[in-house]
Write a protein that binds this ligand. Structure first.
Ligand code: GTP
Ligand code: MG
Ligand code: NA
Length: 343
């Protein structure tokens, strides 16, 4: 039975993995941005978020599957740091997502934070797909810009294909040692029991169409219940930031429900509950990273799933990683305060 498109929210996808496997670069490749090159030391140190509208995903995947039906409004992707010192941020990201991408560098195989991320995902039974990234680094790789991966592989020399298969087999064995069955996605007949691997390059874009299409098709096929829009607001604070001209703002992920300008909200504060009123709801442009300074779009209301910046008074002591609550007409303020501080 067909689910009306309006009733599904965008899936939230977290991108995780060991440091420098190319998580941010993969997102740059899809966005057409240069966020990674602007990072201090090339290291991600914050959670990021980007909204990809379905029409952009459609455009990027039409060569692979021109007739694919996208039923979700888009995809909200959360970027996390891979450096070992940020396990709290990986945990925060993995707690928010419906589905995940676990990035593995094809030249390195599984690394410590690959395993750490894998275990976070398993703890919550989160479905994920493995992006086996940096295929362009295989010796002799012929660039096939933004091509579906099977097309790109078909153009490679015999030696490249041999090296690719050897490294792929090695990674599959390493996952097996972690108790996980994996297979390259177009040969995976047991989706659900066996996790899929999509080879990618964040530099030349091979495999990106496959990655995007798989994420969308898989989530809209298997997570209809989870992705069905509900009115009750579910919202998490990612970061608390001072922005010139806006004062202290909070970056949030709206997982479900609708937020409005003027909503009365309760946030968890380090010095007690914060009750305030939403002054403005600001989103980055579609396909732009929330954590990078840029121009914001103002909204009267924002429907989940989305990432946005909220400006309001009194947010100085808000605590990142906690939930935000909306005080509706029939909500008891004292109860709301208590719930807010439970995080
Ligand atoms: P952290 O967020 O710090 O954990 O790293 P990351 O996983 O986001 O990796 P990042 O995007 O910072 O990329 C790390 C380095 O690998 C950069 O120098 C990228 O240019 C390079 N890189 C990423 N993806 C690819 C790829 O597909 N091919 C090649 N050749 N280099 C890549
Ligand atoms: Mg990064
Ligand atoms: Na990096």
């Amino acid at each position: 039975n067909e689910v009306a498109k309006e009733s599904l929210r965008s899936p939230i996808c977290c991108i995780m993995g060991h440091v420098d496997t190319g998580k941010t670069k993969l997102l740059d490749c899809i966005r057409g941005t240069n966020v990674q090159e602007g990072e201090a030391g090339g290291i991600t140190q914050q959670i990021g978020a980007t909204y990809f509208p379905a029409e952009n995903i459609r455009e990027r995947t039409k060569e692979l599957r021109p007739d694919a039906k996208l039923k979700v409004p888009g995809l909200l992707v959360i970027d996390t740091p891979g450096h070992e010192s940020f396990s709290n941020l990986r945990s925060r990201g993995s707690n928010l997502c419906d589905i995940a991408i676990l990035v593995v560098d094809i030249m390195h195989g599984l690394e410590p934070q690959t395993v750490e991320s894998l275990n976070l995902l398993r703890k919550r039974n989160t479905e994920f797909i493995v992006a086996l990234n940096k295929v362009d680094r295989l010796y002799g790789w012929k660039t096939c810009k933004n091509a579906p991966i099977e097309k790109a592989l078909a153009l490679q020399s015999k030696d490249v294909v041999i090296e690719f298969n050897m490294r792929l087999t090695h990674v599959i064995t390493q996952f097996k040692e972690q108790g996980l069955n994996t297979e390259i996605y177009y040969k995976n007949k047991e989706m659900g029991d066996t996790f899929s691997i999509v080879p990618t390059s964040a530099i030349s874009g091979e495999g990106i169409p496959d990655l995007l299409l798989y994420l969308v098709m898989w989530s809209q096929k298997t997570m209809v219940e989870k992705l069905t829009f509900v009115d009750k607001v579910q919202c998490t604070v990612l970061e608390v930031k001072v922005i010139p001209g806006h004062g202290t703002t909070i970056d949030v992920i709206l997982v479900n429900g609708v937020l409005h300008e003027g909503d009365q909200i309760v946030a968890c504060g380090s010095q007690g509950p914060i009750i305030t009123t939403v002054r403005s709801l600001l989103t980055p442009h579609p396909m732009k990273e929330l954590r990078v300074k840029g121009t914001y779009l103002h909204h009267r209301e924002v429907k989940a799933a989305q990432c946005m910046k909220i400006t309001a008074q009194g947010l100085e002591h808000a605590v990142a990683g906690t939930s935000l609550h909306v005080i509706g007409p029939d909500v008891d303020i004292e109860e709301a305060k208590k719930t807010a501080m439970e995080d």
